[in-house]
Design a protein around this ligand. Structure first.
Ligand SMILES: [Zn+2]
Length: 325
């Protein structure tokens, strides 16, 4: 298999410092993240490339063309945010409105993981036709705003976690492209079903902390693998998916399955089916009346079976996030 080419783009550079606040320049931090994330991606066996590896200015369209010409599999432009009154904070990822499902899921995973691991506010995936680099890229592309350079709280989080944040950026790409660590051989962690004596979670423990306390590999890659093994399709690291996975892992140890694991319909294995066929596939009443009840339980007040409504429900179902009525 040819190596995946993943282009990391350190935003700004040269005469363009990007956002500047409290003596710090966006162009320096984006380069720091891109370099470190590229290093980690190479450990995953990817052909990670940087559009710039020094303090130089490159026009945004040229950055995309560099990745296009390289036949890259993906382009992620790395930025730090700023807001007029320094009030904004958190992580967000921008994609084009017509981005592929793969790009949308990758963007969601990136946002969710950075938010969840480091406690940055999750501002979600946003759509735009206003970014030249995304408009010029002929490959999957997204623009990551890691945090706000002019927000003291965000930058304190960044400074405490800079190495881990870069590693997280790499891990999400690796997970989406099915890469596993090659050079620094990390033995495959035992599957959850063979891990002995998983503990009951402490009240304040997060899923990741619980995994670590039980000697499990809590990396995104491994959680995604466990999710697949347990029938959670399209794992992007949402809180709901983590809770389901947590419950399933503990249930596999003879524990009971808490109610929260039963709140969502299981995602159907076949992702090519429409809503009705998907519901039938998981043996759920797909009649109009029942779909209306499901719709209400998922925030659609006046379900009329429109394509848009069905698409919304189907997307939730495929993500394992369709709440039971
Ligand atoms: Zn920027």
């Amino acid at each position: 298999m040819s190596r995946r080419i993943i282009h990391l783009d350190a935003g700004h550079g040269g005469h363009d410092p990007g956002a500047v606040a409290n003596g710090r320049r966006e162009k320096d931090i984006t380069l720091e993240i891109a370099r470190a994330a590229g290093h980690h991606l190479r450990e995953f066996g990817a052909d990670a490339r940087l559009t710039r590896n020094s303090d130089v200015f490159i026009p945004v369209t040229e950055r995309a063309q560099i990745a296009n010409r390289a036949g890259a599999d993906y382009l992620t432009s790395i930025h730090l945010n700023a807001s007029p009154n320094a009030a904004g904070h958190g992580v967000e990822v921008w994609i084009r409105p017509n981005a592929s499902r793969f790009v949308a899921d990758t963007a969601a995973m990136m946002c969710n993981e950075i938010s969840r691991r480091f406690g940055l506010r999750n501002r979600g995936v946003r759509h735009t036709t206003g970014f030249g680099i995304l408009n010029t890229a002929r490959i999957g592309a997204m623009l990551l705003e890691v945090c706000f350079i002019d927000h003291a709280g965000d930058m304190a989080i960044y400074d405490r976690n800079r190495a881990a944040i870069a590693r997280c950026v790499a891990e999400v790409h690796a997970t989406r492209f099915g890469l596993s660590r090659t050079s620094k051989a990390t033995p495959n962690p035992p599957a959850a079903s063979t891990a002995p004596n998983l503990s009951a979670p402490a009240a304040t423990q997060t899923f990741v902390q619980w995994m670590q306390a039980n000697g499990m590999d809590s990396s995104f890659a491994n959680r995604a693998r466990l999710a697949r093994q347990h029938g959670i399709m399209n794992y992007t690291g949402t809180a709901e998916q983590n809770m389901r996975l947590w419950n399933l892992l503990r249930a596999g140890q003879g524990g009971s399955t808490p109610a929260s694991a039963r709140q969502f319909f299981p995602a159907p294995a076949n992702r090519n089916l429409g809503l009705v066929d998907s519901l039938n596939a998981i043996r759920v009443d797909s009649g109009m009346a029942h779909r209306g009840r499901i719709a209400r339980a998922n925030g659609i007040a006046h379900y009329a079976g429109t394509a848009a409504q069905n698409t919304k429900l189907l997307n939730l179902l495929r993500q394992g996030r369709l709440a039971r009525p």
